[in-house]
Design a protein around this ligand. Structure first.
Ligand SMILES: [Zn+2]
Length: 490
C-alpha cells in the first residue's frame, strides 16, 4: 500500500496506492472549498497537483443529494485522487458538528472518496488538560466504532491522533492507536493549525516527534492543516509524508505572496522574486491592479507553484542525502523555525533510528558549526570509534596522533614526517591517527572511508574546545591498549 523509495533522516519519498492511482509523497493536498474558490480545479491540476482534499461535512450539509447522485469525482470534474476530511476542522472552529461518526463514514463511502477520515475530535489550542484527554478518548472511541464500517472497504482510511500541546497525550494517543492500525491505512496528526498560525513551530515539532516514535514505519503520516512552505522540510525530516492546506488561497485573499522562506504582503513588494508563469508575465503593479477576485486567483496560482517547488526541492535533498543541510538553511529563515530546528536536535535519536545507513549517493557532507555534531554521520562515527572499531591492531603499539586541520584529504603524512617520528621513537611500525573537529579521531586505515574524506568543514573555538574534550576522553580510552601515545601539536 505504501512503498518507500528513498530515505534521508526520518524523511522518505514514498508511493501510496489509492483507488485512483499512486500518490508520490511527500505531497501537499490543496484544500478545495467547492462553494468558494477563485481558482479552478483544472488550474490546480495543471500546476501539477494530483490529489485534492475537501470537506465531506460541508458537502454533506450543502449538497448531499447531488453528491450522492454524481459521486465526488464527477461533482468536482476531477479524475485525480480526492481525500475528504470529516468535519473536525468545523468542530475546532465552531465547537460542534451536526453529524454522527457513522453518517460521515457512510457518506464518504457513498460519494467515492479515495482517502477518507473518521469523525475525530480535535484538541483546540486553548483546551484544558481535561478537554484534551476527552478529545483523545473520543477520537479513539470513534476509531474503534468505525472498524466494522471500514473493515471491508477499499478506500484508504485515516486514523487521527490527538492531544495537541499536551505532548504526553499525543504520545499515549499514538501508543494506543497502534492496535487499531491494521484497520487504517494512514495516520493523521490532528490540531496543529492553530499552533502554526501563531508560528509556534516548536510545539508542532514536539507533537510530530511524540507521535512518530511510536508509529510503524510502513504507514504514511499526514499532518493536518500545515501550509507554510518554510516548515515543510522540518516536518518531512521527522517523517511527515502528507500535508493539506488552504493557505495558498487564504493567503492570496489577504494579498500574501508565498516565498520559500515565508510570506510577503504584495503591496510592500517592489519585485516578484519568482519565475512561475504568473510572476513571469506580470510585475507587482500589474498584479495589484487586478480586481480582488482575479488578483486572488493569480496569487493563489503563484502560491501553489511555491508549494510545489518547495516539495520538489525537498525530494531532491532526500534523494541526494542532504536533507540535514537543507533543514539547516530553512532554520535560518525565521527565529521560530530555528527554535523548531533546535527541538529536532533534542530528538535526534529518533531521527537517527530512521535514517538509512547507506545513502543513495556518497556526496560530501558540509559541516559548519557545533550544531553539525548532531549529524547522524558524526554521531554514528563517534559511536563506531568507541564500540565497533577493532583495536586489536593497536595493541602494544606506539600511537602517534597528527593534527588534520591543515592537511588535504584523504589525510596522509609525508615520508619525511614518518622518518622523523620513527627515528624519534626508534620504531618503524608506529600507528598513525589524525585528530580533527567533528569526527574527533581518524585512524590511518580509515581515511578513505565515507564521509571521513568526503566533507568540507570550517572550525571555530567552540569546536576546537569540544575536540580537546573528546581527545581527552579518547586518549583515556585507548591508553590501556597502547604502548605509548604521542600527540603532535603544530
Ligand atoms: Zn510566482
Amino acid at each position: 500500500m505504501f512503498e518507500i523509495k528513498d530515505e534521508d533522516l526520518a524523511a522518505r519519498i514514498g508511493r501510496l496506492k489509492t483507488p485512483r492511482g499512486y500518490l508520490e509523497t511527500p505531497a501537499l493536498l490543496p484544500v478545495i472549498n467547492p462553494f468558494k474558490s477563485e481558482i479552478s480545479i483544472n488550474k490546480i491540476k495543471e500546476i501539477g497537483f494530483k490529489a485534492l482534499i475537501t470537506n465531506a461535512y460541508i458537502l454533506y450539509r450543502r449538497d448531499k443529494e447531488k453528491l450522492e447522485k454524481l459521486g465526488i469525482h464527477n461533482y468536482f470534474g476531477f479524475d485525480g485522487i480526492i481525500m475528504t476530511d470529516s468535519g473536525a476542522y468545523q468542530m475546532l472552529r465552531y465547537g460542534k458538528v451536526n453529524i454522527s461518526n457513522n453518517e460521515i463514514i457512510e457518506f464518504q463511502k457513498l460519494i467515492g472518496s479515495d482517502i477518507a477520515v473518521i469523525l475525530d475530535t480535535p484538541t483546540p489550542i486553548n483546551a484544558t488538560r481535561e478537554e484534551a484527554v476527552n478529545s483523545v478518548e473520543e477520537t479513539l472511541r470513534k476509531a474503534q466504532e468505525a472498524i466494522e464500517l471500514i473493515e471491508d472497504d477499499d478506500r484508504l482510511w485515516t486514523l487521527p491522533i490527538q492531544g495537541g500541546k499536551y505532548i504526553e497525550l499525543v504520545e499515549s494517543s499514538a501508543v494506543r492507536s497502534r492496535e487499531l492500525l491494521k484497520y487504517f491505512n494512514l495516520i493523521a496528526l490532528g490540531s496543529p493549525v492553530e499552533h502554526l498560525e501563531e508560528y509556534d513551530f516548536s510545539t508542532v515539532i514536539k507533537m510530530i516527534i511524540s507521535a512518530k516514535k511510536h508509529l510503524p514505519r510502513g504507514k504514511p503520516l499526514h499532518l493536518f492543516g500545515a501550509g507554510h512552505p518554510a516548515f515543510f522540510a522540518l516536518a518531512i525530516a521527522l517523517g511527515v509524508d502528507m500535508f493539506d492546506s488552504a493557505s495558498y488561497i487564504l493567503y492570496a485573499r489577504d494579498n500574501r505572496y508565498m516565498t520559500p522562506i515565508g510570506t510577503e504582503r504584495i503591496e510592500r513588494m517592489k519585485e516578484l522574486p519568482c519565475s512561475c508563469p504568473v510572476c513571469n508575465s506580470l510585475n507587482v503593479n500589474e498584479l495589484i491592479a487586478f480586481d480582488r477576485s482575479k488578483r486572488t486567483e493569480l496569487i493563489a496560482v503563484h502560491n501553489l507553484y511555491v508549494i510545489k517547488n518547495e516539495l520538489n526541492d525537498i525530494k531532491n535533498a532526500i534523494r541526494e542525502g542532504r536533507l540535514w543541510e537543507y533543514i539547516r538553511i530553512k532554520a535560518m529563515s525565521h527565529p521560530k523555525l530555528f527554535e523548531a530546528f533546535k527541538q529536532i536536535l533534542q530528538a535526534i535519536d529518533i531521527v537517527e533510528k530512521y535514517d538509512p545507513r547507506t545513502k543513495g549517493s556518497e556526496r560530501g557532507i558540509f559541516l559548519f558549526d557545533e550544531f553539525d555534531l548532531n549529524r547522524v554521520e558524526i554521531r554514528r562515527y563517534r559511536r563506531f570509534l568507541k564500540d565497533k572499531l577493532n583495536y586489536k591492531i593497536l595493541e602494544k603499539k606506539n600511537i602517534v596522533l597528527f593534527p588534520a586541520i591543515n592537511r588535504t584529504k584523504p589525510f596522509s603524512i609525508s615520508k619525511r614526517e614518518r622518518l622523523r617520528i620513527s627515528k624519534m621513537l626508534n620504531d618503524k611500525n608506529f600507528a598513525v591517527m589524525y585528530y580533527l573537529p567533528y569526527f574527533g579521531v581518524i585512524p590511518e586505515n580509515l581515511v578513505n572511508v565515507y564521509p571521513l574524506s568526503q566533507n568540507e568543514f570550517v572550525i571555530n573555538d567552540n569546536l576546537i574546545k569540544e575536540m580537546m574534550g573528546f581527545l581527552e576522553e579518547y586518549l583515556k580510552f585507548i591508553s590501556p591498549i597502547a604502548n605509548s601515545i604521542y600527540l603532535i601539536i603544530y
